[in-house]
Write a protein that binds this ligand. Structure first.
Ligand code: NAP
Length: 420
C-alpha cells in the first residue's frame, strides 16, 4: 500500500483525490498495490469542496507524517512549494508536482536533491498530454531535432476566435476572462510566460539546457491585430503562439512568440483551448501529440499516472531527468542569432519614395524581401505587408529601428516570425 498526501486540494488536487477513489480498482491493478490519498492541505478549511479525504490547513501534518510515501504538490506559486518540495525530498518522500513555475526556476536543484527518490512532473507541461513520458521514454533513441508546441490553451482559444470570427484582441480577451480561460491579470498567459515555463522543462529533458525564462526570447499575442489576421488568411497561414526548441549545430534555439504557420501543417490545425506538440526526432521523424492542456481531470490524469509509475518502480530507479547530455555538449543560442523568416506590417503615408526608402534600409541590413502587399487604409495611409527570406534576428531588429526612425512609418512597425 502507498499513502499519498495532497498539498493543495483545488482544481487539480480535488480531481487527483477523486480519480484515486473512482478508478481505484484499475489503478490498484496497474500499480500492483493499493494507493490511498490519506490527507489534503488547503488554506481555507471552510470552503465547500467535493472530496472525501481528511483535510488540514497545516502543511506539517503531511510533511511530518512518516506513514506518507508520496507528496503531491498542487498548491501553485514558486517559493513556498520550493520549500515544501525540498523538505519532502529531504525526508525521503517521493514528490509529484504539476507546478511548471516551480520547475522553470528550480528543476535542476530539486532533481539533484531528489537523487534516487522519485520526483515527477508530467502534468507540468500540456496538462493531460504525456509529452514528458514520450521524450524520456518513447523517443529516447533519438536526437531531438525540434519541438514546436501550442502549450497555452488561453492564447490558442483567443487566436482561434480572432481568426475564425474576426473578433478583435480586446473583445476576445474580455470573452476569455468571462469564460474563466483568462485571469483578471492575463499577462502570464498572453505574454507567453506560461508557455516559456513549459518549453524550458521540455528543453531540459530533450537537450539538457539549463535556462531560465529571462534567458530566452518571449513575446506574447497582445500585439496581434485584425490586419495581421487578414494577411495570414490571404497567404494561407494560421497564427499560433508556439514554444519552439530547435537544434542548430551544437546550439539550441529556445523561443516563445506568435508565428505565422502554413494552414496545412498539423500543428496549425490545433484549435480552441486544446494543446498540441510536434516533436521531430532524427530517426522517428515527426511525431504529434494532441490533447487537453488544462482542466482538473485532464491534469490530474497525468499526476495519477506519475503516482502509479512510482508505485511500480519504487525507489532507486529514477527516470531520465533533466539531462546533462552525456556525449554531446549543447548550449543555448543567443536570442540575437536566431534566424527565421519574418512578416512585417508597416503603416506608411501613401506617397512616392516610401517604398524605396524601406527597401534600402532592409537591403543595407542584409534582409531580402520575399513578398509584398499594399493595403490602403481609410485615412489616406496604407499598410505595407512584407515577408522576408530567412534572416538573422539582430539584423531585422536593427532594420526595424531604422525604419521606425526614418520618418516614413506612422506607427511602430509590427513583426511576426514565420515557421515553415
Ligand atoms: P487552485 O485551484 O488554485 O488550487 C490550489 C490549492 O492549494 C487550493 O486548495 C488552495 O487552498 C491550496 N493552497 C494554496 N496556497 C496554500 C497555502 N499556503 N497553504 C495551504 N494550502 C494552500 O490551483 P490548481 O488550478 O489546482 O493548480 C495547482 C497546480 O497545478 C499549479 O501549480 C498549476 O500551475 C498546476 N496546473 C494546473 C492546471 C489546471 O488546469 N488547473 C493545469 C496544469 C498545471 P484553498 O482551496 O483553501 O484556497
Amino acid at each position: 500500500m502507498l499513502k499519498v498526501g495532497i498539498i493543495g486540494v483545488g482544481t487539480v488536487g480535488a480531481s487527483v483525490a477523486n480519480i484515486l477513489r473512482d478508478n481505484k480498482n484499475i489503478i490498484t491493478a496497474r500499480a500492483g498495490k493499493e494507493i490511498i490519498p490519506t490527507i489534503g492541505v488547503v488554506s481555507n478549511l471552510h470552503k465547500k469542496r467535493d472530496v472525501d479525504i481528511k483535510l488540514t490547513d497545516n502543511i506539517d501534518d503531511v510533511l511530518n507524517d512518516d506513514s506518507i510515501d508520496i507528496i503531491v504538490e498542487l498548491m501553485g506559486g514558486i517559493e513556498k512549494p520550493h520549500e515544501i518540495v525540498k523538505k519532502a525530498l529531504q525526508k525521503g518522500k517521493a514528490v509529484v508536482t504539476a507546478n511548471k513555475a516551480l520547475l522553470a526556476y528550480h528543476r535542476y536543484e530539486l532533481q539533484e536533491l531528489a537523487g534516487d527518490i522519485p520526483f515527477e512532473f508530467e502534468a507540468a507541461v500540456a496538462g493531460g498530454i504525456p509529452i514528458i513520458n514520450a521524450l524520456r521514454d518513447g523517443l529516447s533513441a533519438n536526437h531531438i531535432k525540434s519541438i514546436q508546441g501550442i502549450m497555452n490553451g488561453t492564447c490558442n482559444y483567443m487566436l482561434t476566435r480572432m481568426i475564425n470570427d474576426g473578433i478583435s484582441y480586446d473583445e476576445i480577451l474580455k470573452e476569455a476572462q468571462n469564460l474563466g480561460y483568462a485571469e483578471a491579470d492575463p499577462t502570464f498567459d498572453v505574454g507567453g510566460f506560461d508557455a516559456s515555463h513549459k518549453l524550458l522543462i521540455l528543453a531540459s529533458i530533450a537537450y539538457g539546457i539549463d535556462a531560465k525564462p529571462e534567458d530566452i526570447l518571449i513575446e506574447g499575442i497582445d500585439t496581434i491585430t485584425n490586419a495581421d489576421i487578414e494577411f495570414a488568411k490571404e497567404f494561407e497561414y494560421s497564427i499560433k503562439l508556439l514554444g519552439i526548441a530547435k537544434k542548430v549545430g551544437q546550439e539550441i534555439e529556445l523561443r516563445v512568440h506568435p508565428v505565422l504557420i502554413p494552414q496545412d501543417k498539423m500543428i496549425a490545425k490545433v484549435d480552441g483551448v486544446m494543446n498540441g506538440i510536434s516533436v521531430v526526432g532524427d530517426k522517428v521523424g515527426e511525431t504529434m501529440f494532441y490533447g487537453a492542456g488544462a482542466g482538473g481531470d485532464a491534469t490530474a490524469s497525468a499526476v495519477v499516472a506519475n503516482i502509479i509509475d512510482i508505485a511500480r518502480r519504487g525507489k532507486g530507479s529514477p527516470m531520465l531527468g533533466f539531462e546533462k547530455q552525456p556525449g554531446e555538449k549543447l548550449s543555448l543560442m543567443s536570442k540575437e542569432n536566431i534566424s527565421t523568416k519574418y512578416y512585417l506590417r508597416l503603416e506608411v503615408a501613401d506617397k512616392s519614395g516610401t517604398l524605396a526608402k524601406i527597401a534600402t534600409i532592409l537591403g543595407d541590413n542584409s534582409i531580402s524581401i520575399e513578398a509584398m502587399l499594399q493595403k490602403p487604409l481609410k485615412n489616406g495611409s496604407a499598410n505595407l505587408l512584407l515577408t522576408t527570406h530567412t534572416c538573422v534576428e539582430k539584423d531585422i531588429l536593427k532594420a526595424m529601428k531604422e525604419v521606425e526612425n526614418s520618418g516614413v512609418v506612422l506607427v511602430k512597425p509590427a513583426m511576426i516570425r514565420i515557421e515553415e
